[in-house]
Design a protein around this ligand. Structure first.
Ligand code: NAP
Length: 495
């Protein structure tokens, strides 16, 4: 039998690499992200024996904690949020010994002097991974502070959380400030969607199989829909969300990343720049979004999970006349040979009827159906990539309903990640932390990628994007969101 060629995607997807000795400096170590995501990710990497032999974590934030208080905080984060329970006390105790803490204000130069001294006393050598899990307004101060203690006897990398800027200008300024201290290869801008298994699977599905790519273009595809729906409101994050809104929180990053993976050309290999070059090429071919192609909505009181919930403007910490959008829907056009004329409808929002993120690739109808009157229940073929929850891929096609008469109905063929693979998938933050520790930036966004994504939204950020329209909590958005597809003779799929 002929040997199969090596799978070019395999290399980047193998995670069984142990990082070199390193110190992980966690700015914002006392915050929500560290508690909910980073502590559990470190613990699960320890369970999988994927942390370096010589390893240290130094948390930095304002609370006046000592090492013991920081360890207690991280332990609580792990017990509450780790995918593996119960927590293995032997593994936790070994990890806890590596956790240290420096208290200080990010805008105070003395914080970095104390940090520099603490780092020098640790045995893990000169390799450093700095993680900015802090409010974004401190990124500049922190990077400058790191500049005062950065050493030359090992690698230095910085992981920057989203949001990366709040428009093109601020993203450029932030890139400029970071590049004063770090070379671009040392910068890891995180978009945690890219660490999700199913998101990585989009590329495998498209480029490790030969049967889908020939039909993955305007000749066969009628439209693409990307939905990122949350049923929750803003919970306790009003101070962040009021300044962000759905466009900055979801559209500029997660949704555009999903679009890039769906629309990009096959890369020559899975090296970081080969993949990111293709993504940037897609972003550059997206037509800048215009107001007429966008709907911004804000939820009012309604129902969620059987309970009455308040409207956005009644949430604690939200201005009573807030103009922040809690949902956004847009019609995007990708101007290249593959996608000309294929609309990409995208939407993201809070207080939608359910939590679901999916990419629906909807095919053109068959050119002729020889069964008159038998196809009322037949929908166009579709490939549905479910990012969360119930990760998997569904192919929807027509089948004959059993019986004497011919009746054709759409049926689903399902790949369900959780049943096809018995291994428990790592969380996105585990995958991305390990990639940053081992120096693999493929799943992180490059400076030109972030800036191009912001430039697409330049004309519609804030009120330029049109008025914010009310929609009832528990609905799919205002009626104008329906009109966005209806005016093209299409409709949103109900996920
Ligand atoms: N939370 C999430 O689920 C999530 C998800 C995706 C991205 N992110 C991003 O991750 C970053 C952190 O978010 P978060 O939710 O963890 O925020 P957070 O809960 O407000 O935590 C921020 C941390 O920074 C510290 N801090 C704030 N100002 C400081 C100062 N001047 N000096 C020293 N320390 C200071 C805080 O200490 P104090 O407690 O003393 O203020 C806290 O430890 C943000 O960029 C956010 O957008 C978060």
């Amino acid at each position: 039998m002929e040997d199969l060629p090596p799978n070019p995607l395999r290399e980047g997807l193998l995670a069984a690499r142990r990082p070199e000795p390193l110190t992980f400096v966690l700015f914002g170590g006392g915050g929500d992200l560290s508690h909910r995501k980073i502590a559990p990710a470190l613990y699960n990497l320890a369970v999988d024996r994927l942390l370096p032999d010589q390893f240290a974590v130094v948390g930095v934030s304002r609370q006046e904690w000592d090492d013991a208080a920081f360890r207690k905080e991280m332990a609580e984060g792990i017990v509450t949020n780790s995918r593996r329970q119960p927590v293995d006390q032997t593994i936790w105790s070994a990890l806890a010994e590596d956790l240290h803490y420096v208290s200080g204000d990010f805008s105070d130069p003395a914080t970095y002097r104390r940090l520099g001294k603490a780092l020098a006393d640790l045995p893990a050598g000169g390799n450093r991974l700095y993680y900015l899990a802090t409010p974004p307004q401190f990124y500049g101060d922190i990077v400058r502070g790191i500049g005062t203690i950065k050493r030359g006897d090992g690698f230095s990398r910085v992981v920057v959380e989203k949001p990366f800027g709040r428009d093109l200008d601020s993203a450029r300024r932030l890139n400029g400030a970071i590049h004063q201290v770090f070379a671009e290869e040392e910068v890891y801008r995180i978009d945690h969607y890219l660490g999700k298994e199913t998101v990585q699977n989009v590329l495998v599905f498209r480029f490790a199989n030969s049967i889908f790519e020939p039909v993955w273009n305007r000749n066969y595809i009628d439209q693409v829909q990307i939905t990122a729906a949350e049923s929750i409101g803003i919970e306790s994050r009003a101070s962040y969300y009021e300044g962000a809104g759905a466009m900055r929180d979801m559209l500029q990053n997660h949704i555009l990343q999903l679009l890039c993976l769906t629309a990009m050309e096959p890369p020559g290999d899975f090296s970081p720049d080969a993949v990111r070059d293709e993504k940037v090429k897609v972003l550059r071919t997206i037509r800048p979004v215009e107001r007429a192609d966008m709907v911004r909505g804000q939820y009012t009181a309604g129902w969620a999970g059987g309970e009455r919930v308040p409207g956005y403007r009644q949430e604690s910490g939200v201005a009573p006349d807030s103009g922040t959008e809690t949902m956004v829907a847009a019609r995007l056009a990708v101007d290249n040979w593959r996608w000309q004329g294929v609309p990409f409808y995208v939407r993201a929002g809070k207080r939608f009827p359910k939590r679901v993120t999916e990419i629906a690739v909807v095919f053109r109808p068959a050119p002729h159906l020889p069964w008159r009157g038998a196809t009322d229940e037949l929908r166009p073929n579709a490939i549905l990539i479910r990012v969360q929850p119930d990760e998997g891929i569904t192919l929807s096609f027509g089948a004959k309903v059993p019986g004497q008469a011919v009746r054709i109905r759409s049926v689903d063929m399902d790949f369900v990640q959780g049943t096809s693979f018995t291994a428990d998938a790592p969380e996105a933050y585990e995958r991305l932390l390990l990639d940053a520790m081992t120096g693999v930036p493929t799943l992180f966004t490059r400076h030109d990628e972030v800036e191009t994504a912001w430039s697409l939204l330049a004309g519609v950020l804030d009120r330029n994007g049109g008025p914010v329209e009310p929609y009832e909590a528990g609905s799919w958005g205002p009626p104008t969101a329906e009109a966005l597809t209806a005016r093209d003779g299409r409709y949103w799929r109900r996920p």
